[in-house]
Design a protein around this ligand. Sequence first.
Ligand code: HMG
Ligand code: MG
Length: 316
Amino acid sequence: MSGTPELGLPMAVPEAGLPARVRIHEVGARDGLQNEKATVPTGVKAEFVRRLADAGLTTIEATSFVHPKWVPQLADAEELFPQIADLPVDLPVLVPNERGLDRALALGATRVAVFASATESFAKANLNRTVDEALAMFEPVVARAKAAGGHVRGYLSMCFGDPWEGAVPVPQVARVCRALLDMGCDELSLGDTIGVATPGHVRALLTELTGHGTPVEKLGVHFHDTYGQALANTYAALQHGVTTVDASAGGLGGCPYAKSATGNLATEDLVWMLRGLGVDTGVDLGRLVATSAWMADHLGRPSPSRTVRALSHKEQ
Ligand code: HMG
Ligand code: MG
């Protein structure tokens, strides 16, 4: 055993075979707020992102350049981005098509993410396209973003289950992963959009992908906690060598186009587990909890994160 227990932190007991460091891809400001009924004022969003950076998060997904009719909560992307662009962190943004990329590039945003689906039903609901039509839509986006010196993340939703189609076969997911990598995506985020994955399923998908040549460094995981499995699934991914984990401060968010999607894995719950495993994240848990408690006040409801609840009692 090692590590000194501190108030408000678990004792660090490092475990062999896990990565020394994990990069948290923070999605609260985008994936979290896109799903809130209330539209959060732009100034509050900007402060949220600033506070997340101050808490030590280095990749903070800021907003989406999608059609404002589809996601009205993020319709202020043009106003928000310049208010945070000076932060010394990576601020990726979602772009579904060339129109979205033009909007992002006009503001100097060069870290972008396209978002594909492993299933036809969700591709239709989320992008008004078939899976292959969506991939064709992304191709020029990825090519142009790369030509502009940018970095491209490829999200893949419904990697484990789909609310309309049920369980999703691993080879079906692997096909779309390969297409995203072949078109030039720098990294993938494997999304359990409705939170139905379990650790063995996660291992099966990662084994399929890395077994056929995808470097594990290119794979991130994006879990939702619908059935309380997000941390167990994350642990399975860490054991497989994954070092990029998506999470949402305070557990904000779901997905507006997938009814059964509940909250994303809460960043605080993730940081608590990683800290206990001796895995470095660079995140100051106290500051992060204070930020999520502050955002919960703005939204008028408590954070679903167990860690936020446990630690914000102590702080008051
Ligand atoms: P469409 O209706 O098929 O669009 O939507 P279109 O290409 O036919 O264009 C229609 C009009 O929209 C045109 O305007 C375009 O210019 C305009 P008009 O000529 O009629 O005046 N338009 C745009 N305007 C602003 N920005 C744009 C843009 N594109 C077209 N980028 C579209 C297709 C892709 C636009 C639409 O389906 C869309 O915006 N979808 C986004 C949905 C979304 O953001 N979902 C949430 C993100 S995914 C997610 O949360 C899952 C994830 O978190 C991982 C996980 O949890 O699994 C990533
Ligand atoms: Mg999500």
